[in-house]
Design a protein around this ligand. Sequence first.
Ligand code: SF4
Length: 424
Amino acid sequence: MKTNKKKKLSGCKDKGSSGRKKLSGCKRAGKTSANFSPRSADMTPKTFFIKTFGCQMNVRDSELIAGNLLSKGYKIVDSPEEADVLLFNTCSVRQHAEDKTWSEIGRYKSRPRSTVHGPLIIGLVGCMAEYHKYGAFKKSEYIDFVCGPNNIAAIPFLIEAAKKTDNKGMAVGQRQRDEFIYNTNFQNTADKSFIVITEGCNNFCSYCVVPLVRGIERSRHHEDILKEIKDLVSKGIKEITLLGQNVNSYISPQSTVHSPQSKVTFIELLKMVNEVEGLESFTFMTSHPKDASTELFKAMARLDKCAKYLHLPIQSGSDRILKLMNRKYTAKEFLNNIDEYKKIVNAKLSTDIIVGFPTESKKDFLATKKLLEMVKFDNAYIFKYSVRAHTQAATLKDDVSLKEKQRRHKILLDLQRKNSKIKK
Ligand code: SF4
């Protein structure tokens, strides 16, 4: 397989001294010259390193960014110390994730800011870039450009612009990605790959910034997805994970070019993926409980290459909190779904839970705990609520103290540890 040599896109160890650019205005990418010159006079290629934070979507996005830069003659390196360009592909879902990123960028205060090819260029990419936009430059003067998740194709332009001017670069707000970005021929591993099938989200859960930073939901055309999978399989990929914020609501956009009548649903897409010759197995994430159906479970059971595993985030066991979260299902409906899944697929199951959502009472928390005791998930990712500006939940008072959130978090973690042991 001719995927690029296996390289880690993360793992950051920094040291050194002195800052560089001053905040001075803002320049949009795309208006800069398209003449790439990733090689300097000595003909050694310019190098880059990507530090990735957050979810699988970001892991895949970092691969897309890397593939695009490699195709323009840049060289990927194993550590930030060797890099001429340092990219932080970031997550805004929780304050904790943001704090970690700011602190990591802050380490560049004391790092040498020049490389073999001139000044070190730092780019803030992904959800934090879209969330903070111009404000990111006020938070850290070391950032040379910000680039939102839908604008990642602009990164080579932003780097070129940063080399030529002290102006800060910004590319944000694009609604949809250019399809070519998915065909940039780079995977972090040789036999597995993520495939993005939808981007953005229409659900507007009250605590979540995803619809704000990744935009409303768009599905990629099924023929583009299948082409990408077949291409990867021809290069040695055996297992894939179909990715989206809410994969169950996938629907292929109608296309006058390829097949005018085609409207392919998620289940139909799964059937098509199952038929890809040479592919050994596939899975998908994330599913929204309101869109997970008996038909989906039947398809999972029937399709031989579909991994028998489902991640279905409950978030809370209290109907009152679920309503405040705008999750559009009740605990009973969720449990009915799980019963169906167990009857039809009878396989592994994991979930997400948030503790300490605004107004979460002891009674609400105990409802979540009871649900966890009943379902006995194979795995549960348990988080403490943190306020995200501009979300609906930010209008509610964050009235569960940090100490209480920590207490509830620990109770559920301990319970889940027991459950996981039983399930092994
Ligand atoms: S389903 Fe809800 S939690 Fe998931 S990405 Fe969409 S808005 Fe966020």
